[in-house]
Every structure is written in structure tokens, then in C-alpha cells.
Design a protein around this ligand. Structure first.
Ligand code: SAM
Length: 275
């Protein structure tokens, strides 16, 4: 079982190394309109003067927005050297004045001192760990580098949100979306209750951002509208869906991507379980 996970993880790393060479920043977020909604959510927690870190930063699209919309000291890590090289060259070209420190590292072994960051963000990175043990290790590593009172804005997929979306799709005779990475790449989503049970000892949940309206319009309405053609991420409806979702974000908590904002307690021993 562990070997299978390791093989899949190695395959995934190779895929990211190769994707990075495409020079296309949408390859790490096919649903690039959704990434914009994720970034809006991240921005709500980032303030001028903050030191921030984006883990699994890919080509640095989110960091570019964070570092230009806020006066921050920005860091990005990605385990793919090619991805880090892509992020550096991309930012030098599109936002040469942005000062972003990109480094090659894994999210479960961060090359930073304890309590370095006001905000850590992830946009679909911990799902790539493919293993709940490693995901827990990464959550603890993120907690380690957060300052007391700092916030981790975790934008990752959940099985629960996907199942709620699939329940709607079944009502409309649409095929179910597979849980392990219908977006080409193999991933391991989170079980919301399991995540909450783990995090309760380490963080305080301060906000949950759902994107249900965007999912409803793009994963239910669009497929019905364009059938028998296949839905497309660049369909004009997705742009409209994004605009609607900015005003009315949720629809029955459907959709796999969820933004959980976790605050590290000021006294981080406060909610450690006694053993
Ligand atoms: C789905 S992509 C998202 C990239 C970027 N956040 C975005 O929204 O465009 C996942 C990213 O996480 C990176 N990644 C996967 N596993 C990682 C790990 N263990 N440590 C650091 N980065 C990782 C991949 O190389 C890839 O760039």
C-alpha cells in the first residue's frame, strides 16, 4: 500500500516537473477562474506589513496578486525545481518590481524558522501529498512556521464537498466527478470531519469559504447548457459564474475546493490535548 502511494507520489512529482516546462500558468489551475476566487479569499486575511508564505506556489500566480495588492514580504515554496524556476522567470517578466523569495522545498519540511509568518496560504498543494499521515505532518509544519495568532488559509479539496456536488449531478443525470483527481493529476482530498478533529488540537477555525455558487453554475448549469459538447473551463459562463460567486458565494456547500482559515492560538499550548 505504502509503495503504491510512493509510486503515485513520484509520478505526480514528475508530472509537475513537466507541467512547469509548459510555460503556461493555467496548467496548475485548469479552473483558473476558481483560482481567482481562491485568491480573493486569501487576500481577506493578508494585511500590509505581513510576512506571508504560499506553499506549493506553482508559477506564483497567487503570490503575484498577494504581493501587488498588499505591502508584504512574500515567500513561495514548491517541491518542483522546474516550478520554482518557472515562478522566478514568470514574475521577473510580468511583475519585475515584485519582491518574492521563491525556494525549492517540500511543504512537510519547510526551510524556515519557527514563528516566521503572519499568513500561510495553500492553493491545492496538500492534496498532492496523497497520504493523510503526510498531510497531518504538513499541517503541523505550517503551524510551526506561523507566528502565534497567525493564520493558515488552506484552500484544498474535500470529499464531502465533492459528494454534495455529485449528489446534485446525479439529480440532473450528469456523470459523477471522480474523487481522486479528475483534473488530470492524482490527488487525495480531505475528509472534513477528520480534518476538523485533527486541527482542533492545533488551530482555531475562524472562517470557512465555500464556492458552491461557482460550482453550481460551472459543474451543473454549464454541462446542461452545452450538452452534448463537453464543458470547458474557458466557457464565458465561467467568467459570469465567478462574478456571481463574488456576491453570492455559496450554494448548498457543493464543490470540492473549500477555504478553511485556521488561526494558530496566541498561546499555542492552550489547545494541546493533555496526554
Ligand atoms: C495544483 S498545483 C497548484 C499550484 C499553485 N498553487 C496554483 O494555484 O497555481 C500544486 C502545486 O503544489 C506543488 N507541490 C506538490 N506537492 C508538494 C510538496 N510536497 N511540497 C511543495 N510543493 C508541492 C506542485 O509542484 C504544484 O506546483
Amino acid at each position: 500500500m505504502k509503495n503504491k502511494v510512493t509510486d503515485k507520489a513520484n509520478d505526480l512529482k514528475r508530472q509537475y516537473d513537466s507541467i512547469a516546462l509548459s510555460g503556461d500558468d493555467k496548467t496548475t489551475a485548469c479552473d483558473y477562474q476558481l483560482r481567482e476566487l481562491e485568491i480573493d479569499n486569501g487576500l481577506n486575511f493578508i494585511h500590509d506589513g505581513d510576512t506571508i508564505l504560499d506553499v506549493g506556489c506553482g508559477p506564483g500566480v497567487a503570490l503575484q496578486e498577494y504581493a501587488t495588492k498588499r505591502k508584504v514580504k512574500a515567500f513561495g515554496i514548491d517541491y518542483s525545481e522546474n516550478m520554482v524556476a518557472f515562478a522566478k522567470s514568470r514574475i521577473a517578466e510580468v511583475e519585475p518590481t515584485a519582491q518574492i523569495d521563491f525556494r525549492c522545498a517540500s511543504v512537510d519540511d519547510l526551510p524556515f524558522e519557527d514563528e516566521s509568518f503572519d499568513v500561510v496560504t495553500s492553493h491545492r498543494c496538500l492534496m498532492a501529498l496523497l497520504d493523510w499521515d503526510r498531510q497531518q505532518k504538513a499541517l503541523l509544519e505550517i503551524k510551526r512556521v506561523l507566528k502565534p495568532g497567525g493564520v493558515y488559509v488552506m484552500m484544498e479539496g474535500t470529499f464531502d464537498g465533492l459528494e454534495r456536488l455529485n449528489a446534485y449531478r446525479r439529480k440532473f443525470n450528469l456523470t459523477e466527478i471522480e474523487a481522486d483527481g479528475q483534473d488530470r493529476l492524482h490527488t487525495l482530498k480531505f475528509h472534513e470531519q477528520q480534518l476538523a478533529d485533527f486541527c482542533v488540537d492545533h488551530f482555531e477555525l475562524i472562517h470557512t469559504q465555500r464556492f458552491g455558487m461557482y460550482y453550481f453554475l460551472t459543474r451543473i448549469v454549464q454541462p446542461l447548457l452545452v450538452a452534448p459538447d463537453a464543458p470547458k473551463y474557458d466557457h464565458p459562463l465561467n467568467e459570469i459564474a465567478k462574478q456571481i460567486a463574488k456576491l453570492v458565494p455559496d450554494f448548498d456547500e457543493i464543490g470540492h475546493l473549500v477555504g478553511f482559515s485556521w488561526r494558530k492560538p496566541v498561546d499555542s499550548n492552550a489547545n494541546k490535548q493533555s496526554v
